[in-house]
Structure formats: C-alpha cells, structure tokens
Design a protein around this ligand. Structure first.
Ligand code: AMP
Length: 296
C-alpha cells in the first residue's frame, strides 16, 4: 500500500495524465496554441467549450458572443484534441449555483472594476471544470493576465491537484491579440491594432530602462487616443498578486489595458519579466498569415 502524505501524492494514483484547455469556443490560433502545448505535455487532451453566462456582466455581450460548434469541433480535431467537452447549460448548472467561488484581493482592480461579478463567474466555472474533469494540467493564455493570476491563486488556495500552464499571447500580423470578439470589429478592425502598438512601445521603453508606471501607461493611452479607442484602464500590476504598481521593481509584472473599438471591448497586455538585472518584455507571437477567425 502506498501512503500519501500530500494531496499530490494521493492524486498520483489516478492514471494517465489529462490536460484541459478551457475555452468559450469560436476557436482561433490562441486556443490552438494552448492545445498544441497540451499535446506536447503528453496524455489525453480535453478542450472544454462553454459560453459561461455567469461570467458575462452584460446580456448583450453574451448574446453577441460568436458560436459555431461544428466549426470549432473540426478545428480542434485537426489540432489533435482528444476530447471536446461541450456541456449544455443544464449539465453545467442543473440548479442556479448556490456555491460561488470568489477570489478576493486579486480581483479588486482592472477587470474587476469594469466587469463586476466577472471573476466570480470565471472562478466558479473553472472550479467546476477542474473538479468535474480532474485534469492533471490546465492550460490558460497570458492574454487574460488577471484571469491567469486568479486561476493560479484559486488553485493554490483550494489545494486543487492541477498544474496551471500559462501560454503566450498569439496575435494577428499587425499585433492585435486574437480574440473571438475580433470577428465583430468590422470597420474598427484596423485602428484596434493601436492597443498592441501602444503596449509594444511601452515594452520597448521597459527594455530600454524605463521603470515609471505613469510613463509606460501614457505610451499606451496616447496610442489608443490617436486611434480613437476609448480606454477603460491602462495599469501596471504585479503578475502574482495583481497589485497596482507605480514603479517596476524586481518582480514579474504585466502592463494591461482594456479599450473599446466601437461596441467591442478588447483587453491585452505585455508581460515584463526580470532578466539579467534588467527586464525582458514578452509580447507574444505574431501570426504571419490572416487568422482562421476570418475564414468564414
Ligand atoms: P476564451 O475562449 O476567450 O475564454 O479563452 C480561452 C483560453 O484561451 C483562455 O485561457 C485565454 O486566455 C486563452 N486565449 C484567448 N485568446 C488568446 C490569445 N490571443 N493568445 C493566447 N491565448 C489566448
């Protein structure tokens, strides 16, 4: 008999590794890069597809969220996913959930201010997916930087036996971070790239030695203002506890922003990682070709 002294040891007996990639569907290359990373880690790859009403603070946004499960299934199958878990609303929430998961401190700023209840919805559905599917690893994109920190913290706080694996942000060729919502940009698509351009300018400044959050934030707001993108926030935050920073010090941080292009809300960020006495900016990966989002 094996005597397990830790949660991890006890779970080790649970058989083949399984990696989960949680998504809300309308698959793009950002999702597929997480599937690729999940495959590289070995074991069974499960992609979940569920447009989670709990995390939408606006009914209009929920109604407008693009959906096409046949398209998604074909793309995920060719990317090598083993299982597509696409539960009905009834399967996920047979009753209105009396139990909600709240991750407190990390959700007070940024998205937490502009989307009340959003992170409670995210934390609740992620906890359900991790509990119900019991994956060994779960892959999340850095594109949603605050969400990634929230998930890492909830997994640590609740001693959930899963490894959270972050993946880099995948971007269209002009820098715009891929998002399923990009298909709704229409005539605003070109100027939407000003968000990434501002973040890249700030990333360059950090690599050249700038440490003042106000200077970095202004580079982003100026770029957005020139393109007539309405800014909700631009903030520098600690990557672990999401506390707002006035100054880049010795810990990993991200510079994150949310803006509106027409009626589409976009979020994006660059990661700033201590490296060799200075900072290295992680901008993510640029596609060379048009995204499959626009194929149909
Ligand atoms: P979503 O379907 O938007 O809820 O996203 C599902 C997962 O894909 C989340 O972990 C996101 O952070 C991740 N993701 C979304 N967009 C990107 C992107 N452009 N690059 C990398 N990961 C992404």
């Amino acid at each position: 008999m094996r005597i397990a002294r830790t949660f991890a040891d006890a779970r080790d007996a649970m058989g083949v590794p399984t990696a989960l990639v949680p998504t809300m569907g309308y698959v793009h290359e950002g999702h597929l890069s997480l599937v690729e990373a999940a495959r590289a880690g070995g074991g069974t790859v499960v992609v979940s597809l569920f447009v989670n009403p709990l995390q939408f603070d606006s009914g209009d946004d929920l109604a407008a969220y693009p959906r096409d499960i046949e398209r998604d299934a074909a793309l995920l199958e060719s990317a090598g996913a083993d299982v597509l878990f696409a539960p009905s609303l009834d399967e996920m929430y047979p009753d209105a959930p009396a139990t909600r998961v709240t991750v407190d401190a990390l959700t007070r700023g940024m998205e937490g201010v502009y989307r009340p209840g959003h992170f409670e919805g995210v934390a609740t559905v992620v906890t359900k997916l991790l509990g119900g599917l019991q994956p060994h690893r779960a892959h999340f994109g850095r594109k949603d930087a605050q969400q990634l920190a929230v998930v890492q913290r909830l997994v640590s706080d609740l001693s959930l036996p899963v490894e959270i694996v972050p993946g880099p942000t995948v971007r269209e060729s002009d820098g715009l971070a891929l998002s399923s919502r990009n298909v709704r940009l229409g005539g605003h698509r070109t100027r939407a790239a000003a968000l990434a351009a501002g973040l890249f300018a700030a990333a360059d400044a950090v690599e050249e030695g700038e440490r003042d959050a106000a200077v970095l934030e202004t580079l982003v707001t100026d770029s957005c203002a020139k393109a007539d993108l309405r800014v909700d926030y631009v903030e520098l935050a600690d990557a672990g506890d999401v506390i707002r920073l006035l100054w880049l010090k010795s810990r990993a941080a991200f510079l994150a922003a949310a803006v509106w292009a027409g009626d589409v809300r976009l979020i994006d960020n660059v990661w700033l990682v201590p490296d060799n006495g200075g900072f290295r900016a992680e901008r993510g990966r640029l596609l060379k070709q048009p995204s499959l989002l626009y194929e149909r």
